[in-house]
Unconditional design. Structure first.
Length: 291
């Protein structure tokens, strides 16, 4: 198809797309490619041999820190601001911005294939390809991604932001050695710059944000915890479970939930009160699950 932008002369621009890879071939699966002035072609977005999203618009490759796995939808973007190129995945910057001498592209644009015929086709799906004649901000990209029914959940964005495996295989790791899994730090708002939060997954934080259990005035267990609002598309569910002997756990259908207290647009605080009064032994936990 004809393409009006020449990235060598267009000061600022953005390209975005939704992509899902079915099979990762041994070459460089290409999302977008355009011939340059001499004919060989420049890859706007493609996967390098390590499976990382990359761009070869410049004199050398710009590589993100995100590995795209098969069977998962990703929102990808390449933003050019002057001579700086930045890759985004699921609305979050991936890797550091790189300064490149962006080369001229004046030929036909190809989607899902490359001028070369050797293992450079995209074996999967590509949707909602968009071009902008300006550099979109990170917040704008997050909004664009959220408009689509393919929008990444908060959990998927969290994995991308913290360079975790997109398939969830690193969700239960504890890189800080504090016994609190990565997924729980996401679910209970334990990461950030506020008092008690940790700046990174590798920084210990074993208390602030975790559920609080006490006994109300009638001898019933009461669990207070922070959860992500459903409206924020969190990608996780919460269930307060009780047990008498730690052998089996179950949600108590007779427990009562108080009115949630809103913290901000993403989080709220809620209290669940057990229906059992003064048992000999009673335990409670909050189970966090990615459906």
């Amino acid at each position: 198809m004809p393409f009006v932008f020449n990235p060598a002369t267009q000061a600022d621009l953005t390209v975005t797309a939704w992509v899902r890879l079915t099979t990762a071939n041994a070459g460089a699966p290409t999302i977008l490619q355009q011939e340059d002035g001499s004919g060989p072609g420049r890859a706007w977005l493609y996967l390098n041999p390590a499976g990382q999203l990359a761009s070869f618009l410049g004199n050398t490759a710009t590589t993100s820190s995100a590995t795209l796995l098969t069977g998962i939808w990703y929102h990808v973007a390449l933003v050019k601001t002057g001579s700086d190129l930045q890759i985004y995945v699921n609305g979050a910057a991936s890797g550091s911005p790189t300064t490149r001498t962006v080369e001229s592209c004046v030929g036909a644009m190809r989607i899902g294939t490359h001028k070369s015929t050797t293992n450079q086709h995209w074996d999967g799906l590509i949707d909602e390809v968009r071009f902008y004649n300006r550099a979109l901000s990170g917040s704008e990209l997050a909004t664009v991604a959220a408009w689509s029914p393919l929008a990444a959940t908060g959990a998927q964005v969290f994995r991308t932001t913290h360079s975790l495996a997109a398939n969830g295989s690193q969700d239960l790791l504890t890189p800080a050695g504090d016994g609190v899994a990565n997924l729980l730090k996401y679910a209970f708002n334990m990461l950030g710059s506020d008092t008690g939060q940790a700046a990174a997954l590798a920084t210990p934080n074993a208390s602030a944000g975790l559920p609080f259990v006490d006994v109300d005035g009638t001898g019933k267990l009461r669990v207070t915890y922070i959860r992500r609002k459903i409206s924020s598309n969190p990608g996780v569910t919460y269930a307060v479970e009780f047990s008498d002997a730690l052998a089996t756990w179950a949600v108590n259908g007779f427990a009562t939930e108080g009115t949630p207290t809103s913290i901000n647009a993403t989080f709220e605080r809620v209290t669940i009160t057990d229906s059992v009064t003064a048992p000999d032994k009673r335990f409670a936990c909050v189970r966090v699950t990615i459906p």
